[in-house]
Design a protein around this ligand. Structure first.
Ligand SMILES: Nc1ncnc2c1ncn2[C@@H]1O[C@H](COP(=O)(O)OP(=O)(O)OP(=O)(O)O)[C@@H](O)[C@H]1O
Length: 579
């Protein structure tokens, strides 16, 4: 280093770093490591200030070259590092440079990975949380359990109340008799174990408290899946709704005492509102983690006596859209009384998820394209309807209602128009209840029960609906009113909106004035509403498309068949087996 004119230190350049190193003696010729006796060891040349190789020097050079040849040595011996002093004069790299496109890309990737159903949290959950949870949770075997009363029997399993066989130990919870519920399930038990474990990690409060699940092989009937939950309580929402006391019986259970208040629509509305909020909260938990229940009905909603809230049970028909488990688009497992008109949670054109990594990577796109969660929202809407209209609580009445609604093209307003003039007192009472506070209850109901899944409100959206703001107020505040207007605007049918814009433009004048001519408007209308008249080309195109769709469907179905068995295997390694 030397001091420059300005007084600062200036690096001294000793020799060029760009000097090419001599080629390795290993490249192209054999190395003779023997030193020559005739050549002196080394001579010093003052002009070049370099050590000139002599015969001894040749030996060292040969050894040096050997190291170079095999790439062994200090970094700067074997690499073209240049001179340390010279390098110090080079501008230092400033590390990562943040550019606008780079930041946008990073942000986009992060939002994609975290968008519902959550690719990134999914990986963390599957490969870390699931593993850690297994280490710390108590596990049970067949012999640990004593079966009690049968609670239910479905197509896919039998449910019993159960207790622990051994004397209670301080380490194990669920010590009281009948503290547990056991389901002996068939093949769908594997799916149910998967879903319950996922739910326990992601949104434990949404569903009944799951304890453990395993594959039990010793049964004479063949392999059975055993699923254990904490016993939540004896009443489902269905049981409670069948009572004449509904919804007051729920109020008593929630508040643990009978309320000495005058009965009436206001009070009933407040209780139903509380139940709906709990149901939507539970659904939102499931949907946010990428699970669609697909069998959401009062029979599958249990009142938890411990937490005094409603919880979801029976995840046997649920689909985990994060990784595509139990998602077979064309499979039909659903209860027709509560199923949405589309009956499938995904478009039938969507092939079944190919493999876990691909399904995971595509899940946010598929979720946004199909909005599968809205399937459960439709069912939740029907439950809301049954709670409001006592006359629709029985199975036969619900089936009849479904027929009427289908005849009205699933338009609740049209159904109301057709039914209201000749409505029974039960039905009239239901309309009155939903019409309280400017009809916000009716508004929420109609935004849940709609034909098109995309037009139905999400669970989160419904929870933010002004219906849940009332807290007993008869008049909405200014802010609540504004939110209601905003909600109404976002819930508009966009077909109507387009028509409205066209009408507005028609009134705004001629082409010269910046408006549209009648001919242009007609063209716009036709674009909105495709021509129905058939032409030979149109017919030919339609036939080609039909054929293409048929081929795709056949291919899809065969692929589904092939994939089903293979797919059902990969994740079942997560299900514990009884040792
Ligand atoms: N955690 C729980 N706590 C209390 N009772 C429960 C619990 N889980 C299930 N039950 C009771 O067991 C019954 C059957 O449960 P579940 O619906 O899961 O079984 P299933 O075999 O799928 O029946 P189905 O096919 O009829 O729906 C429920 O109706 C409920 O009464």
């Amino acid at each position: 280093m030397a001091t420059g004119a300005s007084g600062g230190t200036v690096p001294i350049k000793l020799h060029s770093t760009h000097r090419p190193k001599p080629p390795s003696p290993f490249l192209g010729r054999t190395l003779n490591l023997k030193p020559s006796s005739r050549t002196p060891m080394a001579t010093f040349n003052p002009k070049t200030s370099a050590v000139v190789a002599s015969s001894g020097g040749e030996f060292f050079e040969a050894v040096h070259n050997l190291f170079l040849g095999v790439g062994v040595g200090l970094p700067c011996t074997v690499m073209e590092c240049g001179d340390i002093i010279y390098r110090s004069t080079l501008p230092k790299p400033s590390g990562l440079t943040l550019t606008v496109p780079g930041a946008a890309l990073a942000l986009g990737t992060l939002s994609y990975l975290w968008a519902t159903p959550g690719v990134a949290p999914g990986f963390f959950d599957m490969f870390f949380l699931a593993f850690v949870e297994r280490l710390f949770r108590p596990t049970f075997k067949k012999d640990d359990l004593v079966l009690g009363k049968k609670l239910g029997e479905g197509a896919f399993g039998v449910v019993y109340r159960a207790s622990l066989a051994k004397k209670p130990s301080s380490k194990v919870p669920y010590q009281k008799e009948g503290d547990l519920v056991l389901k002996k399930a068939t093949e769908y038990g594997a799916v149910e174990i998967w879903m319950n474990e996922r739910v326990r990690r992601a949104c434990a409060n949404s569903c009944a408290d799951f304890v453990h699940g395993f594959l039990e092989n010793s049964s004479k009937k063949g392999a059975e899946y055993w699923l254990i939950w904490r016993y939540e309580g004896e009443a489902t929402l269905y049981d409670l709704m069948q009572s004449k006391e509904f919804p007051y019986n729920v109020e008593t259970m929630m508040l643990r005492e009978v309320q000495d208040l005058p009965r009436g629509l206001e009070r009933e509305n407040r209780i139903i509102q509380t139940i709906m909020r709990q149901l939507l909260f539970a659904l939102d938990g499931l949907h946010s983690t990428g699970i669609v229940h697909r069998d959401f009905k009062p029979q599958n909603i249990i009142f938890s006596e411990g937490s005094r809230t409603f919880k979801i049970i029976d995840l046997g028909a649920a689909a985990d859209l994060r990784v595509g488990i139990n998602y077979i688009p064309k499979e039909f497992l659903l209860d027709p009384r509560y199923a949405a008109p589309e009956q499938y949670i995904m478009s039938t054109q969507t092939p079944s998820a190919p493999s876990a990594p691909v399904a995971t990577a595509l899940s946010p796109v598929l979720w946004q394209m199909n909005l599968p969660d809205r399937f459960d929202i439709y069912s939740a809407g029907l439950i809301f309807l049954q709670m409001a209209f006592s006359g629709l609580r029985s199975d036969s009445a619900l089936i009849q209602f479904n027929r009427q609604l289908k005849r009205c093209d699933f338009d609740l307003n049209a159904w109301r128009k057709s039914i209201e003039p000749r409505a029974s007192s039960d039905l009239r009472k239901g309309f009155e209840l939903l019409d309280l506070d400017g009809g916000i209850g009716w508004e929420l109901l109609t935004s849940m029960v709609r034909y098109k899944a995309g037009q139905r409100i999400s669970a989160k959206g419904a929870l933010a609906h002004p219906y849940f703001d009332r807290e007993g107020l008869l008049v909405l505040s200014l802010m609540q009113n504004l939110r209601l207007q905003l909600f109404r605007a976002t819930q508009q049918d966009y077909g109507e909106a387009a028509e409205w814009v066209i009408q507005l433009m028609a009134k705004s004048g001629t082409e010269k004035e910046g408006g549209f001519t009648e001919a242009q408007l007609q063209e716009l209308r036709e674009r909105q509403e495709p021509k129905k008249k058939a032409s030979p080309q149109r017919n030919a195109l339609a036939s080609v498309l039909r054929l293409q769709r048929k081929i795709m469907r056949t291919l899809d179905e065969s692929m589904d068949e092939l994939n089903r068995r293979r797919k059902s295997l990969w994740w079942s390694r997560w299900i514990p087996r009884e040792e």
